[in-house]
Design a protein around this ligand. Structure first.
Ligand code: PLP
Length: 272
């Protein structure tokens, strides 16, 4: 008999280069064995050299996509990526309440607070940062900022384990259940140490650092792998451990494409 897989919803933007955004989310969901659902928020014009521009989708169309799939197919876990504007963030937050997704509903919700690409191009209008903090974080099961996003959200410059803990504590005050402060951008540290905390437990996850220029889509891929594990019923610490193992392989098997930054890749899952 055919078994219907679990479902995971991504609320995020498109990357024309196919390395990040919903393209990364969907291929990660597929590689992790869950059915991917999409609410598209923005269309970026992008290649390996960076983001040349973007257009956001009408707020009503964003929320209608969420309602359409949640009402008919059901959502076992959801994540957000690029949300572009404060209006979209506010509308998404309201809709998640209506369809019972997020902290306290039994349907885990991961917020990857995407603000800019690694090439430094803005993916979020400036006024929207406050909406991420006040509208999304309190509804989140887990938030997954990288160190640039930590600085934007809290003003804390993470330089080592102590400031990483301080940042986790400050971020939890915005109301998410868990925070994962990713240490991948701390290049002076030989291992890649991420810090997971719910305020009571503090869990250090250490993994190897791979020296490659091809890391485009890494944040999206990790958050999607964690979301897929949550959709399958894992608890947050186990889902984050699985997500970390998944992204390590994806970075190890990333490839050059175009003149700039190539994508991380879950192709290894197909080979295995
Ligand atoms: N484009 C889109 C649509 C994204 O959602 C993201 C990250 O979330 C990026 C680009 C940036 O990816 P990276 O920082 O890995 O280059």
């Amino acid at each position: 008999m055919t078994v219907t897989p679990r479902t995971a919803l991504t609320i995020a933007g498109s990357d024309s280069g196919g390395g990040a955004g919903i393209q990364a989310d969907l291929r990660t969901f597929f590689a992790c064995g869950v059915h991917g659902l999409v609410a598209l928020t923005a269309v970026t014009v992008q290649n390996s050299l960076g983001v040349q521009g973007f257009a956001e989708i009408d707020t009503e169309i964003v929320t209608a996509q969420i309602k359409a799939v949640a009402g008919d197919m059901g959502v076992n876990a959801a994540k957000t990526g690029m949300l572009a504007t404060a209006d979209i963030i506010q509308a998404v937050a309201k809709t998640l309440d209506e369809v019972h997704i997020g902290h306290g509903t039994g349907v885990p919700f991961v917020v990857d607070p995407v603000a800019a690409s690694m090439t430094g191009h803005a993916l979020l209008r400036e006024e929207a940062l406050e909406a991420i903090r006040t509208e999304l974080f309190p509804r989140a099961t887990l938030i997954t900022p990288n160190l640039d996003e930590v600085r934007l959200l809290t003003g804390i410059e993470v330089t080592g384990p102590e400031t990483q803990r301080e940042a986790a504590k400050a971020l939890l005050e915005f109301g998410s259940e868990w925070v994962l402060v990713k240490g991948g951008h701390l290049e002076q540290v030989s291992d890649c140490v991420d810090l997971l905390s719910d305020g009571t437990r503090v869990i250090e996850l250490s993994g190897p650092r791979f020296h490659t220029n091809n890391t485009h889509g890494g944040g999206d891929t990790m958050a999607s792998a964690i979301t897929a594990s949550l959709a399958k019923g894992l608890d947050v610490p186990d889902a984050v451990s699985e997500g970390k193992l998944f992204i390590e392989r994806c970075v190890a098997e990333s490839y050059p494409l175009g003149a700039g930054v190539g994508p991380v890749s879950p192709f290894w899952r197909l080979k295995d």
